[in-house]
Design a protein around this ligand. Structure first.
Ligand code: FAD
Length: 137
């Protein structure tokens, strides 16, 4: 059965573009092998990630994510069975969240800042879809 895991976290220390690229390269390599798809959004203060795939694969991946010293304060926003993937075209899509997206943060959250730890699962998925659409346009 297909599941979707959504979590938010904070970078443990400032991360530059090459460190984000390294995270994405590992994610894409591993996720393709595990048939996991998803999307990662990041600003300097927070990560928001959605992962879709087999429940066992997601549980094992989440254990590795929790142990990764590059981020901390992981909050699970949702883990639920889904009928179909929303992010099926990406081994791991990416969007840099920033001040240009204030209207989206307000639309899906409670203020103009990227504070994903406060979002419901549904709002987090909607925000990630909109960030993905803007990144692609
Ligand atoms: P390798 O890159 O070979 O890493 C081996 C070990 O070294 C791991 O324990 C890793 O945590 C550690 N490590 C690697 N680079 C650094 C570094 N610069 N600083 C400190 N420790 C380091 N992995 C996925 O497979 N799929 C994902 O979608 C995914 N998303 C991620 C999102 C975020 C926000 C972060 C921070 C990490 C993500 N990762 C993801 C990485 C994940 O946490 C594990 O590091 C990775 O899955 C381990 O796989 P590996 O052994 O092939 O990685």
């Amino acid at each position: 059965m297909l599941f979707r895991l959504i979590y938010a976290s904070e970078p443990a220390a400032p991360l530059d573009a090459s460190q984000i690229d390294a995270i994405l390269a590992t994610a894409r390599r591993n996720n393709q092998r595990m048939d996991v798809t998803g999307m990662l959004a990041f600003d300097s203060q927070a990560f928001l990630q959605v992962l879709e795939g087999d429940r066992g694969q997601l549980s094992a991946l989440y254990s590795r994510l929790v142990a990764d010293p590059r981020h901390r304060s992981l909050h699970i926003l949702g883990m639920a069975a889904i009928d179909a993937r929303d992010f099926g075209t990406w081994d791991m899509g990416f969007a840099a969240a920033n001040a240009r997206h204030q209207a989206l943060f307000l639309q899906h959250g409670t203020n103009r800042r990227f504070e994903p730890q406060h979002l419901s699962a549904a709002a987090a998925v909607a925000l990630l879809k909109d960030l993905a659409a803007q990144a692609a346009s």
